[in-house]
Design a protein around this ligand. Sequence first.
Ligand SMILES: Cc1cc2nc3c(=O)[nH]c(=O)nc-3n(C[C@H](O)[C@H](O)[C@H](O)COP(=O)(O)O)c2cc1C
Length: 411
Amino acid sequence: MSGRGFTVKKNWDNPREHAMPEGVRVPAEMRIGPVSITPATVLAPMAGVTDTVFRRFIRHASLFSSDQLSVVSDQEKASEIDAEVTNSQSGCGLLMTEFTSADGLSRMRESKRKRYLTFYDDEHPIAAQIFGSNPQTLAEAARIVQDTGFDLIDLNLGCPAKRVVGCNGGSGLLRDLPKIGEIFRAVRKAVTIPFTVKFRLGWNDAQIICVELARMAEAEGLNAVALHARTREQGYTGQARWEWIAAVKQAVGIPVVGNGDIRTPEDAAAMIAQTGCDAVMIGRAAPSNPWIFRQIAQYTATGSYERPTAEDRHRLIRTYFQMLLDEAEASQSLPKDARMGETAGKMKQFASWFTHGVPGGAKLRASIYQARTGAEVLAQVDGFFSALDSGDSSAETEEEAIYRESALVCD
Ligand SMILES: Cc1cc2nc3c(=O)[nH]c(=O)nc-3n(C[C@H](O)[C@H](O)[C@H](O)COP(=O)(O)O)c2cc1C
């Protein structure tokens, strides 16, 4: 998919399989300044994906009961979406907004800002991520974020998009450490909420500066750092180099969040075991497996975790689609037709992430692509899962589809 002008990969190149490490768990808590992140798991910021509906969906899909250490069923969870959650806890400790332009935020009218900075009470603790290159503009944007009620402010130094890098924002700044220092000082002075930074290893292999950058962040009073362990030149290719997360952890005393290539609870625990990082951040695995945070929490509590059935998947995708439709009804940010169009687009996008690796998923993705409205997408999804329930043999597996397609080519 394309996220604001850069191509990002939904899938991982040759993902490493990790066995569950002996005796290691994702920590139950991380503190960023006075903010408690419980458990120490973070939903990564993802442009075009992590809007308020998706964030709440993930937080609620991650619910488990802290009393009985049992997982809350999707049905219970669906009825709790708007309700006060009492004895259950989410497996996702921190939510983050997608990146927002500091320049845009500081210039736009209040009503328009709301569209970018909307969040609901059940999203706390939540961080807003901003990008830009001008220290004063970033400081002004950080003040707006604080006044809006966010718990943390995060600076993006990782975005590889040409349009962002072209203005020296995102990973473009990785080539200018003194400028990063100026930005750190200006933003730190502007706000009292915890201030964090998310960055990559460096611009390329010849200029890996992550350890120096993390040290500077600590010296300038930032409260935590998050490292996506790839260079800008790597984009999303190859594998994240977790050894650099370990190097950053050894270099600083503030909390270090590790990011890159976590697809399973085993990967999450392996990252903790191999790097000693304080928390894990999960991006692409969340839309393809929205249960991942709950599975990590369940593993921490019980030593094993459940895998979703086809029925669970059907219920979950319906819950999310209903949340999207409700938000489109309630929101005033765009004319109704545009809102419904946007919603249908989000449903297609999610269905595409969510059905990778599901038997018959390729066929469903192709038919969803043709759908024009949210209702049509929903009908395709319902039809697909009913066929699975009734054991319809036309729902071929991904492997069968690949075999069929390659057989056609060979013929
Ligand atoms: C669609 C998409 C959009 C992204 N947008 C952002 C963003 O707005 N800010 C940011 O810091 N990183 C962004 N990223 C990077 C992720 O936060 C994360 O660092 C990266 O996907 C690696 O983690 P993963 O292997 O768990 O996906 C984006 C990634 C994807 C796939």
